[in-house]
Design a protein around this ligand. Structure first.
Ligand code: GLN
Length: 279
């Protein structure tokens, strides 16, 4: 990619990005962040000049984006369930598909007063914070094994003014001594270790994407451990890969979960499964 020659206008910067292969909407999004302006401002100011610093940043972000660095890492944030979350390379970028899991969790919490909820492997805190924002009465806990991720999640909670309890450690281990929960929800690593998509996702934490093997070991662990932490009748809900629904349902049945069911994502693929602990 040939570097831009200064000075350039907004329109020239966008043309440059397009010729380098970046979709126009992404280029506009990056330029908006560089110029700290709205989309309508950008569209109305085609002939405005970028400063040297702005142009350098845009060029730098453009080359990183073309190297598959997620947009969210470049601009430092991602919207999830109406919340602006800070994200860093310590955390997975929250996906819109995971909103399906949040929606399902909220449905299961209907009718419960001050429910106790835990989000295992919270990353940026997306699920825990979405639930806390929708259910201010809930007692929400979030767990992550990565100190970097948990710091991002706690920072997000603070910025959003949401009260959640953060626990550092692996899955249930840091919850020792906690009372049972009304809901356990998780978007664990589930991509198979040899999945070719991992290459394009290489800038995100590998440990948040895949446990290796067939991708099911963490889901199996959660399914096995969850009954000890659930109130009778409480739900375990987990995100999984499009082709893992049958395996996850079998794991849930084997452990004695009832009402095992499935939710599909925005692309109509199986994306989350869960069951109710009969006690
Ligand atoms: N949904 C993510 C992806 O396929 C994976 C998230 C995960 O492993 N929990 O890009």
């Amino acid at each position: 990619m040939t570097p831009l020659k200064a000075p350039v206008t907004v329109a020239e910067a966008l043309r440059h990005a397009a010729s380098a292969g970046l979709p126009r909407a992404e280029a506009q999004y990056l330029l908006q962040a560089v110029l700290d302006c709205t989309r309508s401002w950008l569209i109305a100011h085609d002939t405005d000049l970028l400063s040297d610093t702005q142009q350098q940043r845009f060029q730098d972000w453009l080359s990183q984006r073309l190297d598959d660095v997620p947009l969210a890492y470049l601009v430092g944030e991602k919207e999830f369930f109406g919340l602006r979350l800070q994200v860093t390379p310590d955390t997975l970028v929250p996906r819109p598909d995971t909103e399906v899991l949040v929606q399902w969790a909220l449905e299961q919490l209907q009718g419960l007063t001050a429910p106790r909820v835990v989000d295992l492997g919270t990353g940026s805190g997306a699920i825990a914070l979405a639930l806390a924002s929708q259910r201010p009465d809930a007692n929400v806990h979030m767990v992550d094994v990565s100190p970097g991720a948990l710091a991002v999640a706690s920072g997000n909670a603070q910025r959003l003014g949401l009260t959640v309890h953060a626990h550092l450690g692996s899955w249930f281990q840091p919850l020792e001594g906690q009372a049972p929960f009304d809901l356990i929800v998780s978007n664990p690593p589930y991509v198979a270790g040899n999945d070719h998509h991992l290459r394009a996702l290489r800038h995100e934490p590998r440990s948040a994407l895949t446990p290796g093997g067939n991708g099911l070991s963490d889901i199996a662990h959660l399914t096995k451990q969850a009954p000890a932490w659930l109130k009778p009748g409480a739900w375990l809900l987990m995100e999984h890969g499009w082709d893992q629904a049958e395996s996850v349902a079998s794991l849930l049945h084997e452990q004695g979960f009832r009402d095992v069911s499935l939710r599909r994502d925005l692309g109509d693929q199986p994306r989350a499964s869960g069951g109710r602990w009969a006690g």
